[in-house]
Structures are given as structure tokens and as C-alpha cells.
Design a protein around this ligand. Structure first.
Ligand code: 0X9
Ligand code: ZN
Length: 300
């Protein structure tokens, strides 16, 4: 059974998605959009009442294996919307929600079984050095290969051999660009640091509409703080963190998805990636408040 009192294995998360699709067939559909390198499913759940006028939003988690609070938070959103869809606000119901809670299932399982702090995926580099794993958040195809990414396969920020060289990033690219849906928002959940980040990440540059992103980010941060007290800083990835090219956010923005954010969840470093399970519910709850502000913006 799914709870938000512990971190779950991939099998539980996938079982939970399938359970929702079975229990709420009129609103929930699960699609496997591809397979990981080791052959695990990349499962997307769509929550929608099917109105043709709906906007579409894509949300993912678990790009980085060790950031366990991310899939936990994304599954909390899924549960909230699926269980209460009929009584949810119109802001929520007027959106086709697409959630991919675990982008990197091989890495995620590896952090449960072998190395809690693994970051990358688990595809070996077939060169002389035999290092394993590409940083999926350096492998997306906008300004791929630039600052803050490494060509060295043993690096934690190895960008892969070319843009979308990894099956996990390829699957997202195919799904988002080839789907008939026009996504108007993309949020990718990471940890940690408590940041709401918007493009660009590849370098110190800002998209022409960055003021819209900044304003929405600040409203979301305000809602998060009101809901639970956590303080999130708002700014561009490159400005607030560091330049890093090949991120999923920059690629989403380059595809014309207006409201694109990377959200670095709690905390600010006390526990870091190894956030105690007692934090799951509070973090997820306050971030749901943030997500509601985004949903509200999309109707405008
Ligand atoms: O470095 C990253 O990939 C993200 N931080 S994390 O600690 N979760 O690894 C930040 C990514 C921000 N976006 C881009 N640089 N494009
Ligand atoms: Zn991350």
C-alpha cells in the first residue's frame, strides 16, 4: 500500500499508478512511454476529465536517483488529484495532468539496493574506462554539451555521448514533442536547496518572458511558505545556482513550453538528499499549494 510516511520502491510506485488507473478509469490512464536502460518501465499517469479545452501540464520526478523526496512528492500530487478529482477546483480539473514520477528507475532502485547517493542513470559507458551512468539532467538536447557538464564518463555530471543518448531522456523527448498535446507548463522536481528555478540553466541569459516566470515563481513560493513555512528562493537556474547545460528545463522551454520550472525541494542542507521520512508529508503538502498557484495561472 502506498503511504507518504516512507519512501517506496519502484514496484510500489508503479503498482500505485496501476491501481489508480483501475480504480478511476474515467480520469486516470497509465501509459508506458519507454523503457530504462535495464528494461524498467517509464510510466506516465494522465489525470484528466477529457475536456478538449483543457491545457496540458507535464510533471516529472526522480531524474536524479538519490533525490527521493521528488518521486514521493510527485506521487502525493497524483494521489491528491486522483482521489479527489470530482471535488477538486476547476483550476485543477481544467488541466490534463501528465505525471512521470520516476524518470530514472534504474538509478532509483540502485539507491535502494547498493549506493544511497547514486545520481546518474545506470547505462555503462562502452569505452575503455568502463564508468557507469549519464547525468540525465545534462543529456537533454538544448545547448547540449555546454557549461557545467562533463565529457568524462566517470564524472557525476557526465552528459552522455550525444544529446538524448539515454533511453530515459529519449522517451521524454518523444512523448512531449510527438504527443498531440500542447503542454503549457513543465515542472521537474529535484532536491535539495529550496529553489524555484526557471530558465536558462545553460548560461547567464534569460528568456524574453522571464518576468512572467519570476512573478509566478514568487507567487508559488509565497503559497508554499503560507502552507507550511518553508522558504523557497526564486530565480533563474544559472543565476541562483550555477550554469549547467543539457537540463530538462531548458529543453522544455526551447520547445515552447512557457511555464518551465525546476523545483529543488527541501531541505537546505541539514539532511540534504537523505531527508527523513517525517518530512515527506509536510514538503509534499506545501508544494501542492505551490502547484495550485501554477494551475490557477494557466486559466488566465
Ligand atoms: O544540477 C542539476 O541538475 C540541478 N540541481 S541538482 O542538485 N538536483 O542536481 C539543477 C538544474 C537546474 N537547471 C539547469 N541547470 N538547466
Ligand atoms: Zn537533481
Amino acid at each position: 500500500r502506498m503511504t507518504w510516511k516512507q519512501y517506496h520502491r519502484l514496484e510500489d510506485i508503479h503498482g500505485f499508478l496501476d491501481y489508480l488507473a483501475k480504480t478511476y478509469p474515467s480520469i486516470a490512464t497509465v501509459t508506458t512511454i519507454g523503457k530504462s536502460h535495464e528494461g524498467r518501465d517509464l510510466k506516465v499517469i494522465r489525470l484528466s476529465d477529457g475536456k478538449p479545452t483543457n491545457k496540458a501540464v507535464f510533471i516529472d520526478g526522480g531524474i536524479h536517483a538519490r533525490e527521493w523526496i521528488s518521486p514521493a512528492t510527485v506521487t502525493y500530487f497524483i494521489n491528491q488529484f486522483a482521489e479527489n478529482f470530482d471535488v477538486e477546483s476547476d483550476d485543477i480539473k481544467n488541466i490534463d495532468w501528465y505525471f512521470l514520477p520516476v524518470v530514472n528507475p534504474d538509478g532509483y532502485e540502485y539507491t535502494h539496493t547498493v549506493d544511497r547517493l547514486w545520481r546518474k542513470n545506470r547505462k555503462p559507458y562502452l569505452g575503455t574506462r568502463q564508468c557507469t551512468g549519464t547525468d540525465l539532467n545534462r543529456n537533454f538536447g538544448y545547448r547540449w554539451g555546454g557549461k557545467g557538464s562533463s565529457s568524462y564518463p566517470c564524472s557525476e555530471i557526465f552528459r552522455g555521448t550525444r544529446a538524448f543518448s539515454e533511453p530515459e531522456t529519449q522517451a521524454i523527448n518523444n512523448f512531449v514533442t510527438k504527443s498531440a498535446k500542447n503542454f503549457t507548463a513543465y515542472i521537474t522536481y529535484h532536491s535539495y536547496g529550496q529553489y524555484l528555478l526557471y530558465p536558462w540553466g545553460y548560461d547567464n541569459a534569460l528568456p524574453p518572458d522571464y518576468k512572467d516566470l519570476d512573478a509566478l515563481g514568487k507567487s508559488m513560493a509565497e503559497a508554499i511558505s503560507q502552507a507550511g513555512g518553508s522558504k523557497y528562493q526564486v530565480g533563474s537556474s544559472s543565476g541562483l545556482l550555477y550554469p549547467a547545460a543539457g537540463g530538462s528545463d531548458d529543453w522544455a522551454k526551447s520547445q515552447g513550453i512557457k511555464y518551465t520550472f525546476t523545483i529543488e525541494l527541501n531541505d537546505t542542507g541539514r539532511y540534504g538528499f537523505v531527508l527523513p521520512t517525517t518530512h515527506i508529508e509536510p514538503v509534499a503538502r506545501e508544494n501542492l499549494a505551490g502547484l495550485r498557484v501554477l494551475a490557477n495561472q494557466l486559466k488566465k
